[in-house]
Design a protein around this ligand. Sequence first.
Ligand code: PLP
Length: 433
Amino acid sequence: MHSFRYIQGRLHCENVDLESLSAKHGTPLYVYSKETITDHYKRLDGALDRLDHLICYAVKANSNLAILQTIADLGGGFDIVSGGELYRVIQAGGRASQCTFAGVGKTRAEIEYALQQGIYSFNAESEAELRQINEVAGSLGKKAPVALRVNPNVDAKTHKYISTGKSENKFGVDFDRILDAYAAIATECEHLEIRGLQMHIGSQLTSIDPFVEAAKKVAPLVEKLKERHHIKFFSIGGGLGIVYRESLDSGDQTWWGEKEEAERPLTIQSYADALVPILEPLKLRILLEPGRFMVGNAGALLSKVLYLKKGNAKKFVIVDAGMNDLIRPALYEGWHQITPLQKAEGAELEKVDVVGPICETGDFLAQDRELPPVQAGDTLAVLSAGAYGFTMASNYNSRPLAAEILVDGSEAHLVRERQTLDDLVRGEHLVQK
Ligand code: PLP
């Protein structure tokens, strides 16, 4: 489900009128719903209750402290990919002992920091990285808990930039080399403690089949690792897809609609029904690393219309949010539903490009999109922007980062202030003459 809906013709997040937020805090503005995040967490948690499991939210999807606090309060763990993300988790009240540390390029300083904080597991992606972790652990007089990421060579059937489980991707250790890699750790790395096995085949999966194929392929390997190295957990990664198209109407994650196959959401129940029977017999702790599923539909980006421009070929709606605020359309051809804050009942739709102010042709939020007529000064909501939205934002074109709001019922909390011009140049120095 999500919590963005029209109430008497005005778009609300939970009980908060979005027009009031844009008037008070300005735009571009990210708005998140606590209710949606909580609902998604509890649904996933509940669907897996037959398994000994831990949801390790993938912090990269949205790392605002208040979002991490919400997940920590629900009892969740975290999947991190940098020392910075671990720092955020700790600042938000999360525990390192509930964190897994993923990523292909952990630095020595990050490994030291994570070891000192008592990380649950380093999910290593190469044998070279394992040796580095071993060496750092030895120098600190510690044993580092580790798992290897297996690359199962399964096609996730998602956008090529977010597919991670094929042999040609940079992620993980090849399936046929993994047993040798574990044997090498056991014999050569005295400062490592083998704790688990991890995989993650890609993001925004809209079909259950690749998850099942990967789990079935890797389960016998898990059995062997349990027998030989007494592993304690198996992490099946994240990747659960969400509804982007017409997400305002769909509302419910159980919705299937008349949509094309690629746009049908996976339901949590279908995910659990397919995977629990494969995972339960392993009798291990199962970790999950959902990012997008937890926060994607929980967020919207509000942006004001600055100008309208009619060219020979197209009509442009120029808004004050650009690819620096939300890069998914430019980077992954990501599609987001865009809707005005005031419902335009019965208005004739116009085909427009919604573009930002940045000096790049790729700076668009939507192309050839049918929208009700809008005017300069109107505010639009770009929906399903809660995942990989703010976390991928940049200061490109020296644009200050947007503010972020977390809505909880009738309350709206400012959880990140808008950057100021002073913030933009903080830490920079003129050369002394
Ligand atoms: N786990 C790992 C190792 C990842 O690389 C990612 C995403 O890149 C995730 C989990 C989260 O993926 P998603 O947001 O699709 O659930």
